[in-house]
Design a protein around this ligand. Structure first.
Ligand code: FES
Length: 177
């Protein structure tokens, strides 16, 4: 019977060494790529952490009727998407521009009661503690005046072409004062 030789020939040793060095080389490539990928990902995440994300606007414009529905010196009431009352008054004949319409939250800044418009006196009145606000929403009498408070302004604009009034309010899910 012929005896099997357990010793490897020189050509087999060379092949083994060559296979091992290929395996080592591939492992090093994989490890290098893994490390580069991990650091890259880390740097990318870090960049997003450092650079503030672009803020999504949390406001929305709602329909506030047509300008002709606003009579000079009178106030119309609307409700935002959370049910908060907004009082809008026409301030001048044009009704346009910064001062054309003024809009305020009806919440009294003193203790949160509701103010209402008293057209004959040209002022907002809060019945809870007799707080009085002028047509610009600035407190002129009562506890809110003592505390230098004002009604919270609400953004309102008129599209000149269509004469439609838009009220800027918080999107649902956010609270207004
Ligand atoms: S809550 Fe309006 S004056 Fe006090």
């Amino acid at each position: 019977m012929e005896r099997e030789d357990s010793k490897s020939t020189p050509s087999e040793t060379v092949n083994d060494n060559s296979r091992n060095s290929k395996r080592d080389f591939l492992s090093k490539i994989f490890i290098t790529f893994g490390v580069v990928f991990a650091y890259g990902l880390l740097a990318f995440e870090g960049l997003f952490f450092i650079i503030p994300k672009k803020r999504k606007t949390d406001k929305i414009k709602i329909y506030g009727g047509r300008l002709k529905q606003y009579k000079l010196g009178t106030v119309r009431a609307f409700y935002d998407l959370q049910g908060n009352e907004i009082l809008i008054m026409r301030n001048d004949e044009s009704g346009l521009g910064e001062s054309g319409l003024r809009a305020f939250s009806s919440v009294c800044p003193h203790l949160g009661c509701r103010v209402h418009w008293e057209g004959d006196k040209n002022e907002f009145f809060c019945p809870c503690h007799k707080g009085i606000f002028n047509s610009e929403g600035v407190a002129i009498s009562g506890p809110p005046a003592d505390a230098n408070q004002s009604l919270k302004k609400v953004s309102v604009e008129v599209d000149e072409k269509s004469q439609i009034v838009y009220i800027e309010v918080d999107k649902p899910g956010r609270r207004t004062g």
